[in-house]
Design a binder for this molecule. Sequence first.
Ligand code: SAM
Length: 286
Amino acid sequence: MPISPSDFEYIREFAREEAAIVLEPGKEYLVQTRLEPIVKEEGYDSIASYLSKMRSERGFSSMHSKVIDALTTNETLFFRDFHPFETLKSEILPEIIKRRSQEKKFAIWSAASSTGQEAYSIAMLILENFPQVANWEVEIVGTDLCSKAVNKAQEGLYSQLEVNRGLPLPLLAKYFKQEEKQWRIKEDLKRMVSFRQMNLIQNWGSLPTFDIVLIRNVMIYFEVEVKRRILGEIRKVLHPEGYLFLGASETTMNIDSDWQPVSVGQSVLYQSKLLADQNPTDLMRN
Ligand SMILES: C[S@@+](CC[C@H](N)C(=O)[O-])C[C@H]1O[C@@H](n2cnc3c(N)ncnc32)[C@H](O)[C@@H]1O
C-alpha cells in the first residue's frame, strides 16, 4: 500500500530534523521502497503500523535509527573520482609530511565515510607511497550517521562486487584476504583507520585537529544553511594550513566566503581564508 500523505510528511520532517536530509514532495515512492524492508524485517504488517509505533516511542529509539539507516544513501567506492587521490599522492601528502616532520604525526578525516572505502583508500595510498611515515602516528578517522555503514566499515569486509569497483588488483592482493566469496581488510591497514557514528548536524564531540578533511557527496543532500554551518565547524577542526576536499559537484562558493578554492593538479581543494588574515602561529592548535 502506498505511504499515506501524513506518514510521508512525518518522515520528511523527521529526516530533515534528525539528519538534514531533504525529501521533496514526489519522493513518496523512494521513502516507501526504503522503508518496506525494515517494516518486513521487524514483523509489522504495513509502513503505517511501523510508523504509528515509532511515533509512540520515547526519544530516539532503535526504530528511529533503523529509519535513518534506511533513508541514507550509502553509495561509495574505492578511490572514488580518482583525481582527489592523485592530488593527495603528488601534492598534498608530500606537503603535509614535510610540514609535520618534527611531530611525526598527522590526521585525516573522512566525514560521511559510508562503508569505509574512502578511508581505506587513503590508508592504502599512504602505505604504498610514503614508507617514511611507517613509524609516524597517522590517524585516519571515518565517521558516518548510518550505523549499518559504520559497522560494515569497522568490519572491513567487502563483496566481490565492491572490490571490483575502483580497487586496483595489486592492492586487493596485497591488503585483503579472501574469506569465501568476500574480501577482508588485513590488520596492518585496518589499524590505521578508525570509524565511529557521528551526525554532522549534531554536536561533533571531541575530534583531533585534522590536516586534511574529506567531506564528499554528502552536503549535496543538505540545505544551504546547513552546509554553511558545517563548513564553519570544519574550519574549527582543520589545521589552519590544512586542506578540505569536497565532492566533484560540490563547492563552498556562494555558501561560505571564508574558504579559498585552490587548484591543485586536476582537483579543486579549499583552504581557510582566515589563514591569510591572521598569523598562522596564533591559530596553531597542536
Ligand atoms: C553518498 S555517501 C558518500 C560517501 C563518501 N563520502 C563518498 O564520497 O564516496 C553519503 C553518506 O553521507 C551519510 N550522511 C547523510 N547524512 C548525514 C549526516 N547528517 N551526518 C553524517 N553523515 C551523513 C550517509 O549515511 C552516507 O553514508
